[in-house]
Design a protein around this ligand. Structure first.
Ligand SMILES: *Cc1c(COP(=O)(O)O)cnc(C)c1O
Length: 454
């Protein structure tokens, strides 16, 4: 059996309809810089950073060396009741770069776990300080926080989450300020309405609400919805006013992705809890973190017999190889001035987008730093989507693959999240491929739809 046959026979891939995979299989063999190579030797731009992780490109010498050096000492020992060197050093570095409110780091292995932990900590915090009625969570419509049941319970993307309805714990959902879908082109009004909706909810229910979960500045999986200016800071004010913990999800946006170390810095927001992951190891190894304030930490600090301990942990929590990669990653952020570079290069990227926004089936392009979404529409004037069956963005991604670029859409939105190390030349080459693929596929789809209507 060759590798492709084996992959079809034995594997079940995440977030994948395997019928699609069987029709278009792909096996990556190696990577270098911002390119991936498959088993046939064909090369592709990694235009989605291997699902939003990669920072410095693949096989970055400093990261490779850090993992190898650590391997010469030890690969893993537990963090239950003890610690290790890289996990300890890394915690200090992570607190240095965090918003001022955050002073403690709790490790896990994935973004979903980091959010699950934040939710459990927020819940137990109120229990521990003698406010047992604060048990529920508010989350934002169309939000995504990962795929464990707790993370899904505070998520709200119907196409992923609806089927698990009966398994989820109940909570409140507040509206999302989606400027493109707002009737008038009025970001400030769209923001104010969303904040008013949230305030009504808080006014009525704050006594039973433990926390609010929210993606930082951009909803990622929900379609790269960039929040209007002043929204996140407005949410912070409301959480403070109504005594509700603000849990910010920086899993996608953290570590330079939006041109700041953390996206909440765009509005000087200081959360009570914050989850991060993805770019933390430069895209090398599974490490995630939940940051908390000292106040929350102290609510768990007591004699064991008072049972205030946070009873949560994972086998690979604080893994040495992962933490060593993360330490080297943070050193590279300093040495190569990554966040400033991303902020600068994203202006150039914005200029490239100006040239393609004119395409007949591109409705909107949303961008914050290197976190971008290109929304495809059937009728641009009326902002009418392609029919669900058409799968225009998926087909466009297959065409891009043919042309030497990998990405994955979310709904009708073509995702563009290149490695932060991508140069202006790389960005231009990638945008050109995307433009070409989108043009070919959308015209073909629109033509077919028009033909079946007559
Ligand atoms: C990817 C993502 C997660 C989940 O992270 P995993 O490491 O895939 O579990 C959570 N929140 C956001 C905003 C994400 O983009």
């Amino acid at each position: 059996m060759n590798l492709i046959e084996k992959s079809k026979k034995y594997l079940w891939l995440p977030f994948t309809q395997m019928k699609d995979y069987d029709e278009n299989p792909l096996i990556i063999e190696s990577g270098k810089g911002i390119k991936l190579k498959d088993i046939n030797g064909k090369e592709y731009y990694d235009a989605f950073s291997s699902v939003w992780l990669n920072v410095h490109g693949h096989r970055k010498k400093e990261l490779d060396d850090a993992v190898r050096d650590q391997l010469n000492k030890i690969a893993h020992s537990t963090l239950l009741g003890m610690t290790n060197i890289p996990a300890t050093e890394l915690a200090e570095e992570l607190v240095k770069i965090a918003p001022d409110s955050l002073s403690r780091v709790f490790y896990s292995d994935s973004g979903a776990e980091a959010m699950e932990i934040a939710v459990k900590m927020a819940y137990q915090y109120w229990q521990n300080i003698g406010e047992p009625n604060k048990q529920k969570f508010i989350s934002v419509q169309n939000g995504y926080h990962g795929d464990t049941i707790g993370a899904v319970s505070v998520g709200a993307i119907d196409i992923f989450h609806k089927v698990y309805g009966p398994l989820m714990f109940e909570g409140f959902k507040t509206s999302v300020p989606n400027v493109y879908r707002y009737p008038a082109d009025a970001p400030a009004k769209c923001r104010d309405e969303a904040l008013e909706t949230l305030e009504l909810l808080l006014k009525e229910h704050h006594e039973e609400i433990a926390g609010l979960t929210i993606e930082s500045m951009v909803q990622g999986a929900g379609g790269m919805i960039v929040m209007p200016e002043g929204y996140l800071s407005g949410v912070r004010e409301l959480c403070t006013k109504y005594n509700v913990l603000m849990i910010i999800d920086e899993v996608a946006t953290g570590f330079g992705r939006t041109g700041k170390m953390f996206a909440c810095e765009h509005e000087d927001v200081e959360p009570d809890l914050m989850a991060a992951g993805k770019g933390i190891t430069g895209g090398y190894l599974p490490v995630a973190i939940t940051y908390t304030t000292e106040k929350i930490y102290e609510a768990f600090y007591d004699d064991f017999t008072n049972l205030k301990t946070f009873f949560h942990g994972h086998s690979y929590t604080g893994n040495q190889l992962g933490c060593a990669a993360a330490l080297a990653n943070l050193q590279l952020f300093k040495k190569e001035n990554i966040t400033v570079q991303v902020a600068r290069k994203s202006e150039y990227l914005h200029e490239l987008f100006e040239e393609i926004i004119e395409l007949p089936h591109i409705g909107d392009i949303r961008q914050l730093g290197f976190m971008c979404g290109i929304e495809l529409v059937y009728d641009k004037e009326r902002k009418e989507p392609f029919p669900f069956e058409s799968r225009a963005a998926y087909k466009a991604s297959l065409k891009m693959r043919e042309l030497g670029l990998l990405t994955r859409p979310t709904g009708d939105v073509v995702v563009f999240m290149p490695p932060l190390a991508s140069t202006e030349k790389d960005l231009k080459a990638m945008v050109e491929i995307m433009k070409k693929a989108i043009e070919i596929v959308t015209l073909e789809e629109a033509h077919q739809i028009a033909a079946t209507h007559t």
